[in-house]
Structures are given as structure tokens and as C-alpha cells.
Design a protein around this ligand. Structure first.
Ligand SMILES: Cc1ncc(COP(=O)(O)O)c(C=O)c1O
Length: 381
């Protein structure tokens, strides 16, 4: 199996940053794709209690019934849509569910549309599923607008699926209900499956999250992806889920059974607590991300660095208009700030960097100032 087309990983930058730290250098980590908060105590307690009570065995490969019920309840509360818990599949991380969705829908040679820039795993997963990735190129000039007309122009008789992601990694853009409805209609009318990755749905700064769940055709054509990694700072627990069309449930369950068997038993119990327990920690975290977004974007704006103001997730994706593959290295080595070069997110990411807000207010302020300083020097080299 060839892994050359699986793309970059943010772990590469982390490795380099760690090497510098081992050599005694201080590094500001603005490349991180996970909340800097710890998992709330009530969730940890729930996992511990489950373990102590002997809940340490294989579970139903689809996920324990109580968690699927809780996830179904969650959709009603946060997305206003009632769904049958039999359509919920609990997986070790949302990422796994993205791959399963592609594996059950895509035949070799089928085309799958994904956004460029976009989350780096999509392209890799499309290739793993034997599909042909078709890039939907977004531009900062129109705020990375997901233009329905542009989508239409990318569709061919071989188009099998479309991956959407709001709030969007790495740009932080969200979408208006009407536009999302239009995108859904374009796909559904043509029998194209929509994989809507809504992992950042609770991390919204202005307005409310718009979900594809419940939109026309979603029962038959939508794979809704969500999870616990971002909302509840549970990245290392590996727990996520999908809500899939009824006819695909058993296929996905089979895939899970024959690969990882099930999501970790006691983590599933912890996930119930995450959903049903107090939500104050989510509020605190989102307020912090919003404050940090404001800090970072104000500094960028004052310096005249072009960027689209993120409405959700915890990244900003400024256009530095330089070779950011080289710049990211220069920045890390000379100014001790780790960011991800935009090219990690596709060809349209060139010239950009992704700055993550998963660091303290002070470090973000200091880090962004250093980025500007480094940029001036880099340009004069
Ligand atoms: C857009 C997007 N989807 C999915 C994931 C992965 O989520 P999980 O940790 O649940 O696998 C990430 C993580 O960075 C992401 O940014």
C-alpha cells in the first residue's frame, strides 16, 4: 500500500518543536489542533467509575445503547432534530467515521469533492477508499465562500460524495442556513452523498451552528460526523460518532467489527457524562477561544495582514503572501513559534499559515507579534 498520497501531518511540526525544546529552546505552540484545556473532571470520574465497575470488555460494535440514546437526545437539544438511535454509530474518533463513510459509499474511481484548503485527512481518506479527490478551491477574497454554482461545476457523472465541514478547519468559516440548504439540494438531487463534518459545531463565536441534519434528503444522503474531541477536550480518548442513512448502518458496523471491534468501553460511558453532565466547561472554553481570536485578529488587522475573521473552530488562516513552507521553518528555528504552513491544507493554502488559539492569551499575543517580526525579516532576506 502506498502512503505517499496521505499528505502532511501536524505531528511533523510538533516533532521539530520538541527537538528544539529538548535542546533548551522555548517554543510557543500555535500549531496545535486540539484544545489546550483538560478533559473536565466529571468526565474523567465517569470513566474511572466505569472501569472500577468492570466495564472493561468489548461492547456492541455499534456503540452501547445508552450512549446512542444520549447522542440521539443531543441532536434534539443542539440541532433541533430527532433521530433514531439505531442510526448512530459510535467510533474511536470522528476521523474513523469519516473513513467508514467513504468506504461504504465510494467505488474505485468514484469522485469525491472536498474543499481546498480543508482538513488534511479528507484527501487521504478519499484515496484510501479508492476514490478520486476533486478539490473545491476556495478563495480568501470572498471569505472562503462555498459557492453553490462552483460546486455544480465540479460535479460529474462519477461524483459520489461531497465532504463539507462547518465550522471549517483551517479557516474558521461557517455557513448560512440558506446556502447549506442549497448545497444539500444540489447533492441530493443528483444522488450524491454528503459527509458533513460538524466536529466544531459547539465552538462558535458569532451566531449559531447550522447543521445539515434534518435538511431535505438528509435521512437518505447525509453522513453526519461529530465527536467529543473538540467540544469536551477529549482528543486522546478517541471517541466520535456518525449518524448515517439507515441502509448503511449495518455496513459501517461490519467495518467497525472487522477492524477495531468497538470504541473503548469505559470511554463510551464517559461520553454519556460529557453529553448529559454540566456544560459549563464548554462555555468557558469557547469564551477563551473567542477572546484569543479577538487578540490574534486585532494584531493581524493592525499590521495589515490579510485574513478572514473566523466565526468558529479555533484557528485563523492569514495570508502572508510568502512561501510559508519555508517561512514556518524560519519562524520556528529563529523565533521559536510553531505554526502549520498553509500547504498542509491543500494547494490553496499556499502563502497562508494556520494559527491555533489553543494556547494562553499571553502566548498568543506574544506568538503573533513574533510572527509579524519574523515576516518582516523573512521578506528582507
Ligand atoms: C475537521 C476535523 N474533523 C475531524 C477531526 C478529528 O476528530 P477526532 O479526534 O474525533 O478523530 C479533526 C481534528 O483535528 C478536524 O479538525
Amino acid at each position: 500500500m502506498k502512503t505517499g498520497n496521505l499528505g502532511h501531518s501536524s505531528f511533523e511540526i510538533l516533532k521539530k518543536a520538541r527537538e528544539l525544546e529538548r535542546a533548551g529552546r522555548e517554543v510557543i505552540h500555535l500549531h496545535i489542533g486540539e484544545p489546550d484545556f483538560n478533559t473536565p473532571d466529571n468526565i474523567i470520574e465517569a470513566a474511572y467509575s466505569a472501569m472500577k465497575a468492570g466495564f472493561t470488555h468489548y461492547t456492541d460494535p455499534q456503540g452501547i445503547a445508552d450512549l446512542r440514546e444520549a447522542i440521539s437526545w443531543y441532536q434534539e437539544v443542539y440541532r433541533g432534530v430527532r433521530i433514531d438511535p439505531r442510526r448512530v454509530i459510535v467510533t474511536p474518533g470522528a476521523k474513523m467515521m469519516i473513513l467508514y463513510s467513504l468506504l461504504v459509499t465510494v467505488e474505485p474511481g468514484d469522485e469525491v469533492i472536498y474543499t481546498d484548503p480543508g482538513y488534511m485527512s479528507y484527501r487521504a481518506h478519499i484515496s484510501l477508499a479508492g476514490g478520486v479527490p476533486v478539490a473545491w478551491k476556495l478563495t480568501p477574497e470572498d471569505g472562503f465562500f462555498h459557492d453553490p454554482e462552483k460546486l455544480k461545476s465540479l460535479i460529474s457523472p462519477r461524483t459520489r460524495a461531497l465532504i463539507l465541514n462547518f465550522p471549517h478547519n483551517p479557516t474558521g468559516v461557517t455557513i448560512k442556513g440558506d446556502t447549506l440548504r442549497e448545497l444539500m439540494k444540489i447533492a441530493v438531487d443528483r444522488g450524491i452523498y454528503v459527509i458533513s463534518d460538524e466536529i466544531y459545531s459547539r465552538i462558535i463565536f458569532d451566531g449559531e451552528h447550522t447543521s445539515a441534519l434534518g435538511m431535505e434528503g438528509s435521512d437518505e444522503f447525509l453522513f453526519l460526523i461529530d465527536g467529543f474531541s473538540k467540544t469536551y477536550a477529549m482528543t486522546g480518548w478517541r471517541i466520535g460518532y456518525g449518524i448515517v442513512p439507515e441502509k448503511f448502518v449495518q455496513m459501517v458496523v461490519k467495518l467497525q467489527m472487522s477492524t477495531v471491534s468497538c470504541a473503548t468501553s469505559f470511554v463510551q460511558r464517559a461520553a454519556i457524562e460529557a453529553i448529559k453532565g454540566p456544560q459549563d466547561s464548554v462555555k468557558v472554553m469557547v469564551e477563551a477561544f473567542k477572546r484569543r481570536r479577538d487578540i490574534a485578529t486585532r494584531i493581524l488587522k493592525d499590521a495589515g495582514v490579510s485574513h478572514v475573521i473566523p466565526q468558529g473552530a479555533f484557528y485563523v488562516f492569514p495570508d502572508l503572501k510568502v512561501d510559508t513552507d519555508r517561512f514556518a521553518n524560519f519562524l520556528l528555528e529563529n523565533y521559536g513559534v510553531a505554526v502549520l504552513p498553509g500547504s498542509y491544507f491543500g494547494t490553496r493554502g499556499k502563502g497562508h499559515i494556520r494559527i491555533s488559539f489553543a494556547s494562553s492569551d499571553e502566548k498568543i499575543r506574544e506568538g503573533v507579534m513574533r510572527i509579524l517580526e519574523a515576516l518582516e525579516r523573512f521578506k528582507s532576506l
